[in-house]
Design a protein around this ligand. Structure first.
Ligand code: NDP
Length: 311
C-alpha cells in the first residue's frame, strides 16, 4: 500500500526533509504538494502556512504536521479536515537552539552588556559591580517543550528561575507558578522575564500595560514567542519611561517590523528578525516517523495539538 507524505512550505527547503524522512522511514513516499496529481495514499502533510482549501485536496489525510512549534496560524483555520490528527515538531535541537538564544539574551542583560556597549561608544570606562547570577530572578512564561528546556538551562547556569504555566508543575530547581491568579506574584518576582507562551485566544494581549507594570522597575523583557502576546504600544511606552530597562525582541506585530516603527529607534532594545529557533530535519524526522508508525499500527499520535486549546 502506498503511503505518502506531502510537503508544503514557502519558507523551508524540502530536500533536507525528504532525506531525513527517507532515513527514518525508507518506505514512505515524499512528494511536493504542487506535484501531486493523484491524492490517493497521501496520508500525511508536512506544512507551513498552506493556502486555504489545501487539505481538501487530500481525502486520505490522517495527520497534519506543523513545520514549526507555533501552531497558532494552523489551529485557527476554518478549513481543517475533521478527524485528522494535528502534531507539531518536538525537536530536541530546536529546543537547544531556542535555549541558546534565551541564555544569550538573559546573560546579556544579567551581565550589563548593553551598558558596556553604550559606554564603549563614548570610550568611557564604566565599572558596574557584577551581580552573582543567583541574585537575578529569571521568569519563564510558558513551561512547554521549549520553555521548560530554557528554564532548566537558566537554572543550570545558576539564575534564580521561576516559571509560569497554565497547569501546575513541579520541577527541581524551578519555582513553578500556574494560572492567572498567580500571574501578578510571578511577574512581580522577575528581574528578567522571558515570554515563551503559545499565541492563543487566552494569551493574545496578555502582557498589556497593567501587567507590564507588575514587573519590578527596570526589569528586562525578552520575547521569543509571538508579538501579539504583548501590547506593543504599551511595551514601547514602558521602554521609553525605562520602567522596563532593556528588551530583547525576536517577534513582533507585524512581521517584518515596519522600518518606521518606534521600537527600532529605542536605545534599550535589541531586535532580531524571528530567528530564535528553527526546526531541524535530522532531529525532527524521527518524531514524525514514530507518529506515522503509530498511525499505521492503529495507535493515536504522540502529543497531538489540542485545537480547542490552541496549542
Ligand atoms: P508548548 O505548546 O510546548 O508549551 C506552551 C506552554 O505555555 C505550556 O507550558 C503551557 O501550559 C503554557 N501556556 C499556554 N497557554 C497558557 C495560558 N493561557 N496561561 C499560562 N500558561 C499557558 O510550546 P513551546 O514551548 O514548544 O513553544 C512556545 C512558543 O514559542 C510557540 O508557540 C511559538 O509561538 C514560539 N516559537 C518561537 C520561535 C522563534 O523562532 N521565535 C521558534 C519556535 C517557537 P501547560 O504546560 O499547563 O499546558
Amino acid at each position: 500500500m502506498t503511503d505518502r507524505v506531502v510537503f508544503y512550505s514557502q519558507l523551508d527547503t524540502p530536500e533536507p526533509w525528504r532525506a531525513a524522512l527517507h532515513a527514518a522511514l525508507p518506505d514512505l513516499e515524499f512528494a511536493m504538494a504542487d506535484a501531486v496529481t493523484d491524492p490517493a495514499g497521501v496520508r500525511y502533510a508536512l506544512v507551513w502556512n498552506p493556502p486555504r482549501g489545501f487539505f481538501a485536496r487530500f481525502p486520505d489525510l490522517r495527520m497534519i504536521v506543523s513545520l514549526g512549534a507555533g501552531v497558532d496560524a494552523l489551529v485557527t483555520r476554518d478549513d481543517l479536515p475533521p478527524g485528522v490528527a494535528i502534531t507539531r515538531l518536538q525537536d530536541p535541537l530546536m529546543s537547544r537552539m531556542m535555549a541558546s538564544y534565551v541564555l544569550f539574551a538573559t546573560l546579556r542583560l544579567a551581565r550589563d552588556i548593553p551598558a558596556f556597549e553604550a559606554a564603549q561608544r563614548q570610550a568611557r570606562w564604566h565599572f558596574i559591580e557584577p551581580r552573582p547570577l543567583s541574585r537575578i530572578r529569571v521568569g519563564i512564561m510558558g513551561l512547554g517543550e521549549l520553555g521548560l528546556f530554557a528554564a532548566r538551562e537558566c537554572a543550570r547556569l545558576g539564575f534564580a528561575v521561576s516559571g509560569w504555566s497554565r497547569s501546575p508543575k513541579s520541577e527541581p530547581g524551578i519555582t513553578c507558578h500556574a494560572g492567572m491568579d498567580s500571574l501578578p506574584a510571578f511577574l512581580g518576582g522577575c528581574d528578567i522575564v522571558v515570554c515563551m507562551l503559545p499565541k492563543t485566544p487566552q494569551t493574545i494581549g496578555l502582557l498589556n500595560a497593567e501587567r507590564l507594570a507588575m514587573l519590578p522597575h527596570g526589569a528586562g523583557f525578552i520575547n521569543v514567542a509571538r508579538g501579539d502576546i504583548v501590547d506593543q504600544d504599551a511595551l514601547v511606552e514602558a521602554l521609553r519611561s525605562r520602567r522596563i530597562g532593556q528588551a530583547m525582541l525576536d517577534v513582533f506585530t507585524p512581521e517584518p517590523l515596519p522600518a518606521d516603527h518606534p521600537l527600532w529607534r529605542l536605545d534599550n532594545v535589541l531586535i532580531t528578525p524571528h530567528v530564535a529557533s528553527v526546526a531541524l530535519p535530522d532531529s525532527a524526522a524521527p518524531q514524525i516517523a514514530e507518529n506515522i508508525r503509530r498511525l499505521r499500527a492503529g495507535l493515536p499520535v504522540n502529543d497531538p495539538v489540542d485545537v480547542a486549546r490552541g496549542y
